[in-house]
Design a protein around this ligand. Sequence first.
Ligand code: ATP
Ligand code: MG
Length: 476
Amino acid sequence: MSYRCGDFHLDPANRRFTRQGAAIALEPKTLAVLTQLVSRAGTLVTRDEILDAVWGHRHVTPSALNRRIALARQAFSDDADEPKYIQTVHGAGYRYIGPLELMERQEPTLPGQTLRFEAPLSARLPARVESLIGRKHDLATLTELFRSHRAVTVVGTGGMGKTQCALECARNLAAAFPDGVWFFDLAPMQSGAEWLHALAAALAIPLTDVPELLSKVLPVLQNRRALLLVDNCDRIASEVGELVSRLLRGTDALHVLATSQKPLNFAGEQLMWLPPLALPQDARRGRLEMCDIESAPAVQMLLTRIKSIQPHFNLTAANAPTVAEICRRLDGMPLALELAAARFALLSPEQALQRLDHRFRFLTGDTAGRDPRHRNLLAMLDWSYSLLSSEEQQLLGWLSIFVQGWTIDAANHLAGSLGHDLEKVLEILGGLVSKSLVAVKPGLPAPRYHLLETVREYALERLRASDEETRARAHT
Ligand SMILES: Nc1ncnc2c1ncn2[C@@H]1O[C@H](COP(=O)(O)OP(=O)(O)OP(=O)(O)O)[C@@H](O)[C@H]1O
Ligand SMILES: [Mg+2]
């Protein structure tokens, strides 16, 4: 059902209001107020009735409704003193008095016309191609965080599954965002301004310089219950953080979900560190039951990917410990597991396990549709390494000599020979932690730090390439 009001057409189902076919942008509450009046044309609709219908309660200031009535009048080019559409019944409410014709069927859409406020094709959430393995608990945490925060950043090591988790979370939350989920992949972008341009283009705003563009974007997003998913912010994290902060401050209902290898660092940012996929529970103690192995998300991930190229591959009592060991050696990192699975087309599990010593040459793949930096493990780590300062790169290399992790005292001792005092060591280590390359395990009497095995081997190769290995080892 839609309503023809003279030159105007109100289509509540598609949240569209047009004049002679041209869309007039109305924020959702104004459209809802308008619909209340038009759908009861000729009848007095009291203020309380409107408040109940549109806000769900009466605890809003009178000015909120007055403002929507003024905007609705403006949309009709109506005059409050000599109304042709919306009449004020003083002390009681409002009445729609304009022309009205009920339309049972919707009018065909004209080319180029937007049916409702939603992301255009270029910014639409990609459809799910493969199901997400494991991550039930992480998704629940992420969804829960959105109940109390407007901006959440999923942080973690490259290839850990941040993008996949964020996409799934956004799909699950879509119903809560009537103004759409808007998706932007920032991996190919070089600056925050480039993202702002992409956002403005998606909103059909003509491009100008950043400050002017922001002042045009904000009113369009004001009051919109939309979710912006800004994916792979890594290289431009702080610029994006600045923009997100301004978007949040300038709008009432906008939400942002970001993924990045390091925090975006803005006030109000809620971080969620994404852990690896869980390994079989007793893997580290060497007492593996078949059911523990089978049910572990990391194993499920490896098996699912193996089966996609070898449908007859089965987990058996004989191969299960080897499969579990492969998952452990790859730290439950989804990208590494995915790349390892591709090798099962040629090798037995035992052979695949042996080849992990050469993981950077071994773990490559060329699956169509895969992000270029995910085609091999080396490319992915090169990307993460490029996010580090030269001091962080150097310390990471030196830290790779600790096979079992280290404490702050050990790091301090090591870094002393690089000329760093404790404050400096804390600063650099903090940088490595926030860029998801060093993991912290709280413990007594002091936390311990460690590198994922894949990161450690990569860093060790870098250390060797810089000829500093002997110097570093002399200090342990
Ligand atoms: N839970 C999962 N189930 C199935 N596949 C997964 C899962 N997590 C990640 N993957 C796969 O692992 C690969 C890496 O995942 P993803 O791109 O989400 O990582 P990322 O943390 O965003 O990496 P980067 O930091 O490089 O952007 C992808 O090919 C993805 O399909
Ligand atoms: Mg990603």
